[in-house]
Ligand binder design. Structure first.
Ligand SMILES: Cc1cc2nc3c(=O)[nH]c(=O)nc-3n(C[C@H](O)[C@H](O)[C@H](O)COP(=O)(O)O)c2cc1C
Length: 309
């Protein structure tokens, strides 16, 4: 008997724990030529806002020795264009879809969640409370990222929770002293899970020109460089949360994915690696099944939090 790859993210059952990370998979179409996207545990859309956004000025991407610095600034087509133009393709491919949303106020997020639910274009919502690249955003407490302040995580998550009955995952920033505080705030406000982690703040300077390599100066670091930080944060959060964790940050191989599950994640996302190897999520999935067979695991849940100390 092959292992059972199903995993449960609160009310949502996924056929397997391999998802793709928001902003690294567009709206799915670009990857159709590489593999059947309906085989993923779930597709996660690029963050969608109420109105389309052009994002930041280029250059917006810089390679670093073990990762990627980005300052895209939430370029996206807006929720209405997603509903009209992109969602039909995802439905056609029979994909499980988590719609990632981004707004400036709790009301924006509530509106976006409501539109996704009304239009039937998503199986779940992921609320991005952690974009490092948007300067026009400031919470009432002065932070640029909502999830740097547990009180605003409570406020925003509550507003989204009231607006939708879809499963709700809150994506948190690692740019905090203690991830448990924002994670617990999301749980208290009714989130069905948390997504950990978004990018770590970083920057790079060209010594020849003495100019910053990103037009935005500062960006978010992703890729293998951040994996140990992400695994630790998943483990920290898993010690205190009852709701499930979706882990990500530098996952390139099945062994990386297993690390996150052992640390306490119930599902994982492959992000930057898909730029290097577009079918990486399928390779991770095949490798995970192989790992489970080799080690005698029959269900994904047996792996979750099973680090031996
Ligand atoms: C180019 C790029 C764009 C991203 N855009 C978004 C986004 O729109 N919304 C979001 O929640 N996260 C976004 N992220 C963060 C990823 O979803 C993920 O949390 C992070 O990159 C860590 O995973 P990785 O190391 O596997 O890439 C983006 C990351 C990259 C590299």
């Amino acid at each position: 008997m092959p292992p059972d790859l199903h995993t449960q993210l609160g009310p949502l059952s996924l056929k397997n724990p391999v998802m793709v990370a928001s902003g690294t998979f567009g709206y799915g179409q670009e990857y159709d030529q590489y593999f059947d996207i309906g085989r993923l545990g779930a597709v996660v859309t690029k963050s969608l806002s109420k109105a389309p956004r052009a994002g930041n000025k280029p250059p917006r991407l810089v390679e670093t020795p073990a990762g990627l610095l980005n300052a895209i600034g939430l370029q996206n087509i807006g929720v209405e264009a997603y509903i009209a133009e992109k969602a039909p393709f995802l439905r056609d491919r029979n994909a499980t879809v988590v719609v990632n949303i981004y707004g400036y106020t709790p009301e924006d997020y509530a509106h976006l969640a409501r539109r996704v639910e009304e239009s039937g274009t998503g199986h779940a919502i992921e609320a991005n409370l952690s974009c490092p690249n948007v300067h026009d955003a400031r919470t009432s407490r002065g932070a640029t990222m909502v999830s740097q302040v547990p009180e605003t995580v409570l406020e925003y998550t509550r507003a989204i929770r009231e607006a939708t009955s879809l499963p709700l995952y809150v994506k948190l920033t690692p740019n905090v002293l203690d991830i448990r505080e924002s994670a617990l705030a999301a749980e208290e406000a009714g989130a069905d899970g948390v997504s950990l982690i978004n990018t770590l703040l970083g920057m790079a300077i060209d010594p020849e020109t003495r100019k910053p390599r990103l037009a935005n100066i500062v960006g978010g670091l992703s890729g293998p460089a951040i994996k140990p930080v992400a695994v630790k944060m998943v483990w920290n959060a898993a010690q205190v949360l009852r709701i499930p964790i979706i882990g990500m940050g530098g996952i390139c191989t099945a062994a990386d994915a297993v690390e996150f599950l052992l640390a306490g994640a119930r599902a994982i996302m492959v992000g930057s690696m898909t730029f290097r190897q577009p079918d990486a999520p399928m390779r991770v999935l095949a490798g995970l099944e192989d790992y489970m067979e080799r080690h005698g695991f029959k269900e994904v849940s047996e792996l979750v939090g099973a680090m031996e100390v």
